[in-house]
Design a protein around this ligand. Structure first.
Ligand code: GDP
Length: 343
């Protein structure tokens, strides 16, 4: 059966499903691709960060996953491609000036990266789905695991701030996450359909584990969970659902996760993350530094394991991925809890 629309029919059905945002999620996704046969791995990427800039459809989290898993990412910067050139940006800066409303150079687009966006946009305009295009791009980048968007429909994260609503990239990149976040909404999520191959995984009798990568729960995982039917599918799926905490030592490793949790009135803790996922969670991995939180998390009827969760190189990524897969085998019997607690 051809489950991904554009992939060869002979591909085996994946048996490990991972949900991921960009940088933090991609680190574990890379580890998983080394410990699970890559053709058995499906990674569902957040599309809430997607936007159109200079007429180009940009999918930052899908691209971070694609560049990371193909070994072409700029690991220093944390985004974009390594060995990038910047001729387009330099030419653009000359034309657009350095300030004012017409300056759109705040979002950096490398020359090679630009090719990804141009080709994606051209093919979307011709009627291909984002999922088909991503699958094809991954093949061309030499990636065996499948990376697909959470939906082929538009879901856009809107950040509510005292200065008004901001499109996600205006908040994240242009304003460097400085405005206070008073709320978030995922425009289009209520009408968006999850990608069929994503939903197909929940019907797969051979599904071994669902892994929620250590991504920002509010900005990266929540836009996936907000898509119609996803949270319910996670609650009902027969395979264990395991999450890795992105909060390490009571703080985010990188990025605005802690700031946003605080501004939305939530404790910055692994417990708060577990609490957010607890209606569908079987196992939760916390860092050794957060071991003291284990009894509190266990009260949610979730199995908890403490380990080293900081991923600094390929070895630490694969070690953590192995721990996740081992742990999932110990969380095989699903227990359900009925309450749904917000963060
Ligand atoms: P973004 O979409 O690019 O912002 O990336 P993600 O949402 O996927 O990841 C951001 C989160 O990853 C942050 O909350 C970080 O704390 C977390 N993170 C980054 N590196 C690591 C790591 O090595 N270990 C763990 N546990 N979390 C990490």
């Amino acid at each position: 059966m051809n489950i991904s629309g554009n992939s060869p029919p002979e591909l085996p059905l994946p048996t490990v499903l991972a949900l991921s945002g960009g940088i933090g999620g991609a680190k574990l996704a890379l580890g998983l691709a080394h410990v699970v046969p890559p053709e058995k791995l499906m990674i569902v990427g957040n599309i809430g960060d997607d936007f159109v800039h200079f007429g180009q459809h940009i999918s930052p989290d899908l691209d971070t996953l694609m560049y990371t898993l193909s070994g072409t990412a700029d690991t220093e910067k944390g985004w974009g491609l390594a060995n990038e050139s910047w001729n387009f940006m330099q030419a653009l800066k000359k034309l657009s000036g350095t300030s004012g409303a017409c300056d759109e150079t705040w979002f950096q687009l490398g020359d090679q990266d630009l090719a990804t966006h141009l080709e994606r946009t051209r093919r979307l305009a011709k009627g291909e789905t984002l999922s088909q295009i991503t699958t094809d791009f991954c093949r061309k980048f030499g990636i065996e695991a499948r990376i697909i968007p959470a939906s082929n429909d538009a879901v856009r994260t809107i950040v509510e701030t005292p200065e008004g609503d901001l499109a996600f990239q205006n908040y994240f990149v242009q304003k460097r996450c400085e405005p206070i976040v008073s709320g978030l909404r995922f425009q289009g999520a209520e009408n968006a359909l999850p990608t069929p191959e994503f939903m197909e995984m929940f019907r797969n009798q051979l599904l071994q584990a669902v892994v929620i990568c250590p991504s920002n729960p509010i900005l990266s995982i929540d836009p996936i969970l907000a898509i119609r039917g996803v949270r319910e599918a996670l609650r009902e799926c027969s395979a264990p659902v395991i999450a890795v905490s992105p909060i390490v030592g009571g703080d985010a490793v990188k990025g605005p996760t802690a700031k946003i949790m605080r501004e939305l009135g939530h404790p910055v803790s692994a417990t708060a993350v577990a609490n957010y996922y607890c209606d569908f969670l079987d196992g939760f991995i916390v860092d050794f530094q957060d071991e003291a939180e284990i009894p509190e998390i266990q009260k949610m009827d979730v199995s908890v394991k403490a380990t080293e969760t900081l991923m600094t190189d390929l070895e630490t990524k694969t070690v953590l991925a192995n721990t996740v897969m081992d742990f999932s085998r110990h969380c095989g019997n699903r227990t359900f809890i009925s309450q749904k607690n917000g963060l």
